[in-house]
Write a protein that binds this ligand. Sequence first.
Ligand code: NAD
Ligand code: UGA
Length: 433
Amino acid sequence: MKIAVVGIGYVGLTTGICLAAIGHSVVCIDKNLKRINQLQNNQLPFFEPGLTEQYQSALKQHNFRVTKDFSDLSEAEAVFISVGTPTEETGESKLTYLIEAVRALLPYLKNNTLLIIKSTVPPGTSQMIKTLIESSHTKLDIHLVSNPEFLREGNAIYDFFNPDRIVIGLESPYAEKKMGEIYASFIENKIPVVVTNTQTAELIKYASNAFLATKIAYINEIANVCENINGDIETLIYGMGLDHRVGNQFLRPGPGFGGSCFPKDIKALAQFAKTQGSPLKIIEAVIKSNATRKTTMIQKIEKECGGSLHGRVIGILGLTFKANTDDVRESPAIDVISELLNKNAMVKTYDPLGMYNAKTILTSNQITWCKEGYEVAKDANALVIATEWEEFKALDPKKIKQLMETPVVLDFRNLLNEQLYKISGLHYQKIGG
Ligand code: NAD
Ligand code: UGA
């Protein structure tokens, strides 16, 4: 099918390239001309494992291209919109980019085009866009569809080809038929498809993200209790997870959840529910719990530094919000560094892929940007594992001990080998143990 994608960030570009891989003919557009130029020069604008290979193969098959010109979308039978939906200061979802994109597109759409909203949006948004289109006095029949995305950064390609489910909100039998054509290969492979109305599809997305965020906040608070009783969090999670009703996924304790989605989506859901007169007390508590988490992390570092961070050298390994991405949006590591700087600490840091993006946010001259882990450890009063990159596991604890000013390692991701670090003479502390 001829498909267009508007907004080629992590979601749109992955979706476009992967739709081409399953045989559709895809044209993508973005208002960020730098992104378009990069792609036209054979460069991806961000890192996502496996995406370069998929991109090259789509180019070879001649069924994927990017454009700067909305008129190039006029042949599309379906248009996916995957522009950003950040939060307003009020906590509400900002729909300006979505509305802008629809307005830019509208003059070029043909009759019976599917307009598929992939961006995460509050319930009722597809209906609002439908009203917006109707008010433009167009004579076209445009079929609004909600098709939320569930991929994870760092696993985006795998998640595209192996989704747990495909959620589709729609209103017309024609839209259902065409969505069936787009996802035909998934339907053949018996991937569950949930077909519902647009507002339910939109809420499924928010409710899923909010539930996952709640699991993380829950285990982080349980980890605090575990620390107080000298318990062992790994065994605790194993013991909980053996109950199939609980499961063991999304129960890794850490410095709090970050990224471009959980923090913004739970705020938007809480705000939306409140304005609807059905406040979500649990989600409001999760928002507070996650904010407190960062303070708890700072207190841990402060305690190990004898109560004051002034002039202390803190090594931070990891800047991205999770491993296998270059994305530092709402990264707990960035929050921790900002607070360390406020408390007049000196920070040394390194991340395998996140340095470039982190430097656009952190500009203080109290930061030393290092080229690898040992350089971060050198002369540090405490070394913090802020992101769970595999390469940090390969660091030699004996060498780290020799390099550090004071041998304190705070493992906020429970990544390192506890025994090895302890027998190497380091004061090693993990989360929840
Ligand atoms: P992103 O910021 O990486 O990309 C958004 C892109 O949209 C940008 O390139 C921007 O230039 C473009 N854009 C904005 N306004 C435009 C317009 N009027 N016309 C054309 N292009 C425009 O965002 P993302 O991380 O890909 O997320 C996109 C949406 O998908 C959000 O609603 C997000 O919540 C949702 N989502 C994201 C993920 C994820 O892992 N990142 C997963 C599931 C859902
Ligand atoms: C998350 C969801 O997992 C995706 O299903 C969803 O599509 C996406 O949000 C979205 O809507 O944008 P993502 O933000 O890429 O995906 O990353 P996650 O792996 O979910 O991690 C989010 C944050 O939670 C990270 O900071 C991570 O370190 C943290 N986390 C995750 C934990 O602290 N513990 C865990 O057990 C899992």
